[in-house]
Ligand binder design. Structure first.
Ligand code: IYR
Length: 236
């Protein structure tokens, strides 16, 4: 054991005490868990954003939250490209709408379009230009090492999916509205943003303020009882 920066006791075997953990009393736990669930239920995907600017520092902190996600073998196989530049957003919108037009004009099976009907989506994606920020999440299929070999990553979709969920949660917590957008295929994002070939676009998180009077589909979350089963002690 040695004493490290900040006075923490450090061990030399690669482990250290988990000094960041904060234990809560159960009543406090319940209050916080319930308030957090209520707050997350206020989040909605919206498709009409205000062009009001959002400081880059807010987006940076939300990405910092996302980058705390667990990942396979702690490989952290993600990259977040924060796009606020108007010309880049326009290029992304133009390229995405090319794919979306093909999707809505026949690439998508009829059943898929029927499932999308309640959301009122179409090939027109003005939010890609209007929202102040597009956060393009990339998944690193492998890491390109300095000697030119490929260092494998593990559970990449799971890891990047968790990080993206944490990003959405952080943005919501910061008071921003969000949309997950997945033009398909979306290889154009790698070209427009100059990302390397080991990174695959995962999805776009659109973030900003909602447009005045924004409307959302009148759809419900599934009842908790239908998405949950208990296999141990439940509530008394
Ligand atoms: N990418 C298209 C289609 C789309 C697909 C799903 I699954 C959605 O939940 C929403 C839209 C679009 O953005 O319109």
């Amino acid at each position: 054991m040695t004493t490290g920066v900040g006075g923490w006791i450090m061990s030399e075997d690669g482990f250290r005490p988990w000094h960041e953990y904060r234990r809560l009393e159960v009543p406090d736990m319940l209050t916080r868990a319930s308030a957090f669930a209520d707050d997350l239920h206020r989040r909605r995907s919206i498709r009409s954003f205000s062009d009001e600017p959002v400081p880059a520092g807010v987006i940076r902190e939300c990405i910092r939250a996302a980058a705390s996600a667990p990942s396979g073998a702690n490989r952290q196989p993600w990259h977040f490209a924060a796009v606020g530049d108007a010309a880049l957003k326009r290029r992304i919108r133009t390229a995405a709408e090319v794919e979306e037009r093909a999707f809505y004009a026949g690439r998508a099976p009829e059943a898929w379009l029927e499932d999308l009907a309640p959301l009122g989506t179409d090939a027109h994606k003005p939010f890609l230009e209007e929202a102040p920020w597009l956060i393009v999440v990339f998944a690193e299929r492998f890491e390109a090492t300095a000697d030119g070999s490929k260092h494998k990553n593990y559970y990449v979709p799971e890891s990047v999916g968790i990080a993206t969920g944490m990003l959405l949660t952080a943005l919501h917590h910061a008071g921003l509205a969000t949309l997950t957008h997945t033009p398909s295929p979306m290889g154009f994002l790698r070209e427009i943003l100059g990302r390397p070939p080991n990174e695959r676009p995962f999805l776009i998180v659109v973030a900003g303020y909602p447009a005045d009077g924004v409307q959302v589909p009148d759809i419900q979350r599934k009842p908790l009882s239908t998405v949950t089963s208990w296999h141990g002690p439940s509530e008394a």
